[in-house]
Write a protein that binds this ligand. Sequence first.
Ligand code: 0O2
Length: 206
Amino acid sequence: MDWKTFLAPYSQVVEELKVKLRGMRAQFEHETNHSPIEFVTGRVKPISSIKEKMHRKSIPLDKIETDLQDIAGVRVVCQFVDDIYDILNRLKSRNDFKVIEERDYIKNKKESGYRSYHLIIEYPVETIHGERKIIAEIQIRTMAMNFWATNEHSLNYKYEGQIPEKVQARLKRAAEAAFSMDEEMSKIKDEIQEAQRIYHSNKQNH
Ligand code: 0O2
């Protein structure tokens, strides 16, 4: 398997999606003084993680393009839970890619405590050999959800997927605490946004 050649269009997709999503953020900032997008990151799954996931999910090499859907992954991090659904609707109405699957791990949190909204998309990318349709995953989550997922991901790595029960229980409590914070912040969203608008316009006037 020539991984470098195989992964090249996936890198192209990650780069294009980052530009487009960061462009949305810039446009929001310019036009409304508030962006529902806090920041955007993206990555191509490392080869070792691809191999590990193919093994774990028994995905044969000839099914990798359809069945391993997060080789190209971008993440949109928002301030508030409502922002997630706002972004989601905007992404679903775009014409430059097609949403083929949605996974709402906010309404249906995972057993681990994980919350996020996942969109699986089919993205047409131009290569020197013509158009290729590449499957990619867009994860949309709040900063609190991101904080939790990043920490849990590190622990999973440390314990090779076998986090001790005591730590798992703490993580579940931490996931609920993070979600309570999201709910509390939502209740004072208007006030926070007004404060941020005042701050930004004062900064522009100086
Ligand atoms: P990475 O790149 O290291 O983050 P599965 O892997 O079976 O849980 P599936 O069917 O591939 O899930 O798709 P799903 O549920 O959309 O999950 C894919 C990605 O979502 C994962 O990628 C994580 O990034 C994130 N994710 C899902 N569940 C959890 C979780 O419980 N905790 C954390 N921290 N992240 C989660 P990978 O493959 O783990 O790789």
